[in-house]
Design a protein around this ligand. Structure first.
Ligand SMILES: *Cc1c(COP(=O)(O)O)cnc(C)c1O
Length: 474
């Protein structure tokens, strides 16, 4: 091998081959047996579950794409770190590892552990939101929305309209519509609690937000003296999309991009169950010491002492390691390519439409492309989830997205309901062949789709109802 240029060239050729074949940049050390129930059993189980796949036992599901949250496979390094957990109540060594890792990654000096993302949201919304105040976001995740509403606040979603066109390959469909943000700030600035940037924009097809957009949001918020916080649950995947889609970031590293994004905020919260590759955990990280103290006071009431926040100390060790592993570029590249490939196969083989370009958490399926004969009121998302289980033992999510936004040019608040199915991909869990199986099941479902007459709700609780509703076929 010649030194210099040719070594770099060879390295690039190796990476290209890995990319082209979708070879996983890890190997499997422990396996878990999967069960496939018979067709007859699946029919019965689904009917017993009130036709909601959220009530199915995991052991009755063959491939589970219901969520990518807390479902990652941990690495050998994470399991080793768990064993090193120091379970002392006060000043545990494990909190030190966790705090160093979060500070290093986010650049924020104050770190508050929570048991998961919504634990952080509960504390932050209590401190930041007063009744009737607005929170402006590109789009709030459903737990974030619920916590703001519990405070009698109003979550407003200002994502751009490109989101609704699944074929429009805009690279950053998760962006704020800056014109809407400007109008909302102009009209309501006295009532705005804070601006929240969700990276990636999970409900908005898990689409990324560009650095340019983040800077634009920061400038508009600064002009009104309104603080900016990040929902950073998926910040590493967002950074990867910036690196590969935004001019000027080709040569930046993922840690550099994450630091730059977060530098435009007062702080962030994170569900570590996503990009930090753990099964449980979360945190708040902040610039301001006084705000951190106020969070800690709430933390002791709701979650636990400031040095563990509702987690076993070993869990803090697993987050400390996973946060870094989740920023590894080869891992991120593999995940993004596998998802893009999955989306292409679903369109080419099963003949349905997915949101393009495919985002970070999974593939979002346009329901009209599967059930053109069903109206939104006939719950095509519930139909798809039921059919995927009945035909192949696959669990997928059907998520209604209640968007409350402002219209241009006057800034009137309007509401809209968006329904889709999400085929979420747990991290480091399923292979390309598993996804090929799902593509085949989807093709079968699409062929039989005209037989499905839709569903209606039998019962639905008020808070986060879509998780707990039961349905019957029409
Ligand atoms: C998952 C998620 C949350 C909530 O976190 P939990 O750990 O599930 O409580 C908040 N925001 C975003 C963007 C998420 O993806």
């Amino acid at each position: 091998m010649k030194p210099g240029v040719s070594a770099e060239h060879e390295r690039a050729a190796d990476l290209d081959l890995m990319a082209a074949t979708l070879a996983e940049p890890y190997r499997i050390k422990v396996v878990e047996r999967l069960q496939m129930r018979s067709r007859g059993e699946r029919e019965r189980l689904l009917s017993d579950a009130g036709n909601s796949v959220f009530y199915l036992e995991s052991s009755d599901v063959f491939i589970d794409l219901g969520t990518d949250s807390g479902t990652a496979a941990m690495s050998d390094e994470q399991w080793a770190a768990l064993m090193r957990g120091d379970e002392a109540y006060v000043r545990s060594r494990s909190f030190g590892s966790f705090e160093r890792s979060v500070r290093d990654v986010t650049g924020y000096p104050h770190v508050i552990p929570t048991h998961q993302g919504r634990g952080a949201e509960n504390i932050l919304m209590e401190l930041l939101v007063s009744p009737s105040q607005l929170v402006l976001s590109n789009a709030h995740f459903d737990t974030t929305r619920a916590h703001i509403e519990r405070r009698q606040g109003k979550p407003i979603d200002l994502v751009g309209d490109a989101l609704w066109d699944f074929d429009e390959r805009a690279p950053f469909k998760g962006n704020f519509d800056l014109a809407k943000l400007a109008v909302a700030l102009e009209r309501y600035h006295q009532h705005v609690a804070f601006v929240s940037i969700t990276i990636t924009n999970n409900l908005a097809c898990s689409s990324p937000v560009s650095m340019e957009n983040i800077r634009g949001v920061k400038a508009l918020a600064d002009a009104r003296g309104i603080p900016v916080y990040f929902d950073a649950s998926r910040m590493s995947e967002n950074a990867y999309f910036i690196k590969t889609r935004e001019r000027g970031y080709e040569n930046a590293t993922i840690p550099q991009i994450v630091r730059e994004m977060l530098s435009y905020g007062e702080g962030c919260w994170m569900s570590a169950k996503k990009d930090a590759l753990v099964n449980i955990g979360g945190f708040i990280a902040l610039q301001d010491e006084a705000m951190a103290r106020r969070c800690q006071e709430k933390l002791v009431l709701y979650e636990g002492f400031p040095s563990y926040g509702g987690l076993a100390r070993r869990d803090l060790e697993a987050v400390a390691v996973g946060l870094k592993e989740g920023m590894d570029e080869q891992y991120l590249a593999h995940r993004a390519r596998l998802l893009a490939h999955f989306g292409e196969r679903l369109e080419a083989v099963a003949g349905i439409k997915v949101s393009k370009p495919v985002g970070g958490s999974g593939v979002f399926v346009q329901l009209e492309s599967v059930y053109p004969h069903l109206t939104p009121a006939e719950l095509p998302g519930v139909a798809l989830a039921a059919d995927m289980y009945r035909e192949g033992g696959v669990r997928v999510g059907a998520i209604p997205f209640h968007l409350r936004t402002v219209s241009l040019p006057d800034g009137e608040i309007t509401e809209r309901l968006f329904q889709f199915a999400r085929f979420a991909l747990p991290r480091r869990v399923y292979t390309k062949s598993h996804l090929e199986y799902v593509v085949s099941v989807m093709a079968r479902v699409k062929q039989l789709a005209s037989r499905n007459k839709g569903y209606r709700v039998v019962s639905e609780p008020e808070v986060l109802g879509h998780f707990f509703a039961r349905f019957e076929p029409l």
